[in-house]
Design a protein around this ligand. Sequence first.
Ligand SMILES: Nc1ncnc2c1ncn2[C@@H]1O[C@H](COP(=O)(O)OP(=O)(O)OP(=O)(O)O)[C@@H](O)[C@H]1O
Length: 218
Amino acid sequence: MLLQIDNLTKSYAGPEGPTEVLRGVSLSLDAGETLALTGESGSGKSTLLHLVGGLDTADGGSIRLDGQEVTRLDDTGRAALRRGTVGVVFQQFNLIPSLSVAANISFQARLAGRFDQARADRLAEALGLTGQLAKYPEQLSGGQQQRVAIARTLAARPRLVLADEPTGNLDEATAAVVIEEMLALVHETGAALMMVTHSPALAARAGRRLHLRQGRLE
Ligand SMILES: Nc1ncnc2c1ncn2[C@@H]1O[C@H](COP(=O)(O)OP(=O)(O)OP(=O)(O)O)[C@@H](O)[C@H]1O
């Protein structure tokens, strides 16, 4: 089992005391599996991805990823997890402004020690970025930046891809390319994919679908 989540809980401080955002979430994901997570706005989808990606800490429960207990990792351990095991495509693209598009795409793969120029070139081409490689992030549209963030994640060949509305800023044809590339990575490397989406078409491409309602899976 690549990912095993048990009874995960998370609250945030609100104006009227703590709000429970995740109320005992359990799920597991094998290598090679794809999962779409749906649920209305505020149901806790992004929070769940952040916890699995080690970007935030849980209040209770456990997240075992590739044999490691994520909830017990310190900052250094979580950084190592993001460098080597998990690739995230989140709504904030977090591109590095001082690096060209080409350098942004290769950045994570180099950190993970898995850089492969041919793969980076292929991804740039598939995602329609070949003409943008010498530019800097601020010179790109939102949809182009999103594609760079996706290429960067897939170039590093993570074991688990966490994607939060990965096609949110993209037209239908580009969205279809993005999902094909994510599924190809899973197929080629035996990675797993967990994506949050409001798009029924995107959710339909995943092998499994789970719905989050008020912090609980159904
Ligand atoms: N850092 C935070 N501090 C306080 N409250 C937060 C924080 N992050 C999220 N929340 C709250 O937790 C709840 C769940 O948020 P989350 O972003 O996980 O929902 P979501 O299902 O991803 O929603 P959307 O589809 O709108 O992105 C919301 O009520 C939100 O206001």
